[in-house]
Design a protein around this ligand. Structure first.
Ligand code: SAM
Ligand code: SF4
Length: 339
């Protein structure tokens, strides 16, 4: 079903105290996952009781209210969104919401062989697939439970289905996959898709000294890439938000560097997050939030919920706080915040 390009039903827009207009919301469809990536989860996880997670209907309602408030892009993430039972219904419902211009999914790729075609048919426009290594043993070590070949087959299926955009996401970790920056980029290039390298963020568990030791900076990743490829900086607006983009000369492949530590992108932050239990997070790096779920389940009208969101936006902080890689301040697992 094609996404509607008609306007939202109210002339409202979400503008925060610092003049930033919110046009992008990430919704976490679940906190559960079939992988246990070391930088994202502990080996033994306790997930939310099901009744605490927003139902698919609640997720769609929240999405509709945001779109009425001027949001144009939604990303469904998690946890692993594609393991949520019935989630295909959510994609179909979201694509039919008037005013939504872009529906994106972030996935670990484990389900894509069977699901990519349905996602495309539902109207999903772009997809990010996490891939940190091309080595099966390292893949197992990083994800603890994942199979590289399944994910590679999923990526090939996604490419064959023909999304508007596909991007690989790689978190680069010192001593684990920092020797694969070129190989991963060559792989994206061979498929004609994009790739982003993400600095590890100090969320969730840190080591005994309380530090995320594996952090590799975007500057180091850029130097490595620039030694091997001719890179052309992409013009704005591609440079808005947390990623800076370069194109590999003579190709369609763009490389993104996502730098929460070394590039403060807060001044152009146009996004909000809703966690699996319906908590509206104003900023990934701060704890400012409100429980939309409580208000939804109290029977509040769409207009009342819209007011809650507008009021909450006044709390959106000017900037996040994890600029110092050796000073993790936010200890929240990434799967819980909808990465
Ligand atoms: N399960 C899906 C996946 O892995 O793509 C979606 C959720 S995952 C939390 C979203 C993205 O966050 C992934 O690309 C993952 O690599 C990234 N991520 C998770 N923990 C991170 C961390 N501590 N620092 C930086 N990126 C992280
Ligand atoms: Fe699961 Fe994604 Fe977190 Fe890995 S990064 S454990 S795949 S939610």
């Amino acid at each position: 079903m094609p996404l509607s390009d008609s306007l939202p039903t109210t002339g409202d827009s979400l503008i925060d105290a610092f003049g930033r207009q919110i046009e992008y919301v990430r919704l976490s469809a679940t906190d559960r996952c079939d992988f246990r990536c070391t930088y994202c989860m502990a080996e033994e996880m306790t997930f939310l009781p099901r009744q605490e997670v927003l139902s698919l209907e609640e997720l769609e309602r929240v999405a509709r209210i945001f779109i009425q408030l001027g949001v144009k892009k939604l990303r469904i993430t998690g946890g692993e969104p594609l393991i949520r039972r019935g989630v295909d219904r959510l994609f179909t419902g979201l694509c039919n919401l008037p005013g939504l211009q872009e529906l994106a999914v972030t996935t670990n790729g484990s389900q894509l062989v069977d699901r990519a075609q349905h996602l495309r048919d539902s109207g999903v426009t772009s997809i990010n697939i996490s891939l940190d290594t091309l080595d099966p043993a390292k893949f197992k070590a990083i994800t603890r439970t994942g199979e590289l070949n399944t994910v590679l087959a999923g990526i090939r299926t996604a490419v064959s289905v023909g999304f508007d955009r596909i991007r690989l996401n790689a978190v680069i970790l010192q001593g684990q996959n920092d020797d694969e920056i070129i190989a991963l980029t060559e792989y994206a290039l061979s498929l004609g898709i994009n790739i982003a390298f993400i600095e590890e963020m100090p969320l969730g568990q840190v080591n005994a000294a309380g530090k995320p030791l594996e952090f590799v900076s975007s500057d180091d990743i850029y130097s490595c890439l620039a030694d091997h490829f001719k890179l052309q900086a992409e013009p704005p607006p591609e440079q808005a938000g947390p990623a800076r983009y370069w194109r590999i000369a003579g190709s369609e492949t763009r490389i993104g560097l996502i730098s929460p530590h070394s590039n403060n992108f807060c001044s152009s932050c146009n996004r909000l997050r809703v966690t699996a239990e319906g908590r509206l997070l104003l900023c990934l790096g701060n704890e400012h939030s409100i429980s939309l779920r409580d208000h939804l389940r109290d029977g509040e009208s769409d207009e009342m919920l819209a007011d809650r969101i507008r009021q909450a936006l006044n709390q959106k902080p000017e900037r996040h706080v994890f600029d110092q890689p050796d000073e993790p301040q936010i200890l929240r697992f990434m799967n819980a915040s909808g990465g």
